[in-house]
Design a protein around this ligand. Structure first.
Ligand code: CP
Length: 314
């Protein structure tokens, strides 16, 4: 694996190996006062974010630092992008400055693929490109950390019925999760109003439902999505109130889920919109476990791309 641009870059075996690797990193750090492994000493990891982020950017930075990499954060607003420099020139500049890995978030779907085609593979001295969210397309490390959380909470993902609920249309998390969870053997159902489903969802390995209440008793897990008003150009249908009443995860709906079912949300959460505060803070929700797993999963991805590749290459 040279880059991680999409869940399509993974086989079932390589996805499971990443989940196992993340748990090995968790175990390696358990009980240590100092969170420092020598794994990536001498490597340079750069995060390049053209959209805001808390969880993804911070967890990649922590992951890199815990593995002793030199980590450099580039934000579009404080870089020469604000002077009009192109995406290609920015990427090639960071390659020339010595990046071994470029972690990219960009509002355009396909941006990470495009950068990888410009900077070349590691065999040509190019950096490993990791897609940290491209427009409404994919967010593969989010799906991997969600799968890790589900595996820890449910024991196994194979055969579990998992609903992805809400604004599927604008969600890169939904697509990556639908692809990864079905690759791992789950039965995935998208639950959303017709107006918030992408046209192409019929080609995803999922079923589609519009009634959240009808689905609840048969689910092992619910993955709630943030309503992405910033991608809606001012239009929102159904109204926010209707949406919250029909698709919000209230305490009443939580009670309709089986006892063992777990609630995930990738964050940031809009409390009172797609998820009630009491649900988000309940032991049934794994929101902070997802964040912790995000660090271990990103350690695993960086390790696989920067060290694993070298081992394979001999
Ligand atoms: N889940 C997620 O991508 O969160 P951030 O936007 O804070 O990185």
């Amino acid at each position: 694996m040279k880059h991680l641009l999409s869940i399509a870059d993974l086989t079932r075996d390589s996805a499971v190996e990443l989940l196992d690797e993340a748990e090995r990193f968790e175990q390696a750090l358990l009980g240590r006062e100092v969170h420092k492994l020598p794994t990536l000493r001498g490597r340079t990891v750069m995060t390049v974010f053209f959209e805001n982020s808390t969880r993804t950017r911070v967890s990649f930075e922590v992951a890199g630092k815990w593995m002793s990499a030199d980590v450099i954060n580039v934000s579009a607003s404080s870089s020469s992008v604000s002077k009009g420099e192109s995406l290609r020139d920015t990427a090639m500049t960071l390659r020339a400055a010595g990046a071994d890995a470029l972690i990219v978030r960009h509002p355009a779907s396909g941006a990470a693929h495009q950068i990888a085609s410009w900077t070349g593979g590691q065999n040509d001295g190019g950096p490993a490109i990791i897609n940290a969210g491209d427009g409404t397309h994919e967010h593969p490390t989010q799906a991997l950390l969600d799968a890790l959380t589900l595996r820890q909470r449910l024991g196994d993902i194979e055969g579990k019925r998992i609903a992805i609920v809400g604004d599927i249309l604008h969600s890169r998390v939904a697509r990556s999760n639908a692809l990864l969870l079905s690759l791992l053997g789950a039965e995935v159902v998208l639950v959303a109003p017709p107006t918030l489903l992408p046209v192409g969802a019929s080609s995803w390995p999922v079923t589609v439902a519009h009634s959240f209440d009808a689905e609840l008793p048969g689910l092992d897990a619910v993955l709630m999505l943030r309503v992405q008003a910033e991608r809606m150009n001012g239009g929102f249908f159904p109204s926010q109130r209707e949406y919250s009443i029909t698709y919000g995860l209230s305490e009443k709906r939580l009670a309709l889920l089986p006892e063992h079912a777990v609630v995930l949300h990738p964050g940031p959460m809009l409390r009172g919109m797609e998820i009630a505060s009491a649900v988000a803070d309940s032991p049934r929700a794994a929101v902070l476990q997802q964040v912790t797993n995000g660090v271990h999963m990103r350690m695993a991805v960086l390790f696989r791309l920067l060290v694993g590749a070298e081992e394979v290459a001999g």
